[in-house]
Design a protein around this ligand. Sequence first.
Ligand code: BTX
Length: 328
Amino acid sequence: ITVTLKIAKRLLESNGEAVSGQQLADEFGISRTAIWKHIKELEEKGYDIESVKRKGYRIVTTPDTLEPLGIQTGLKTKRIGQKIEYVESCASTQIIAHQLAQEGAPDGTVVLTETQTAGRGRMARKWDSAAKKGVWMSIILRPNVAPQKAPQFTLVTAVAIVRAIEEVTKLQPKIKWPNDILLNGKKCTGILTELQSDADGIQALIIGIGLNVNQEKEDFDPEVQEIATSLKMASGETVNRQKLVQSVLFYMELYTQMYIDEGFGMLKILWESYSTTIGHPVRARMANHTLEGIAEGITDEGVLQLRTPDGKLHGIYSADIEMANSTS
Ligand code: BTX
């Protein structure tokens, strides 16, 4: 990173205390005038820096970007996010992450962008990714688990995101099986888990997360305006995307490690506690038939258990779920 960014990092790590120009000059081995020029450069980049007389410089706010410096300062993880690939714009962070994984990127590598021109959902659906209003991110994990354990990472990711949203805002999101996170019944987050595997097992999991943060209704594509929401629309407050990413990465590290070490048990309980589906009558639309019944729970494999009125229990692997008002 450049000297300018190193100075920003130094100021951010002083926990709100001002650092004098002389001290910075000594530490970086350059003149006070040179320090002042770097400070001006940071201000041009969008940093709000206060210069306190006789005390020095203090960063009041950082620019609203997802650049690694802002994310990594104050990041409480050991693995996830230690390496961040940031691009201002791209087709899809999934494409970049797949490429990096193939080139050997380490476990925990994160790809972040401000906007995607070809963001994707499951089954080649489109993911609307408004510029600078959301978090468009892919995480590369290299867990030493069997390929059939991969689908649960989507459920574990959903729990991590709900916890992060709860921590950073006052909102209480719900999870709709398998991978939607909802606020007031509308979708605020999508998760897409993809796999690179060979005869030896999982080479890499590429977990794509699309989190609507500060959009207004009109920032969404017209075709999703009625079904999508953002944290700002639901809470009425602008949300700091850096803090949100830090929190998501923290819970991702905590819960994916818990899943790898201890299995799905505890996480299943957490997942079910956040779910809108479990305990309710639902309609599951599958490729060529529809089933209605009560969603009783999920199995350790993440399969939805649906009991139809004739008493039979069905395992649902893939479907679109709607809440049904009655099971008759
Ligand atoms: P999904 O298939 O469950 O959901 C896709 C559907 O969601 C779309 O067909 C559309 O109806 C709706 N939709 C599209 N955009 C939005 C939006 N911004 N908010 C709410 N609803 C929307 C979900 O797939 C998985 C999405 C993963 C997105 C991330 S972003 C970073 C990474 N890169 C990438 O290309 N995809 C992932």
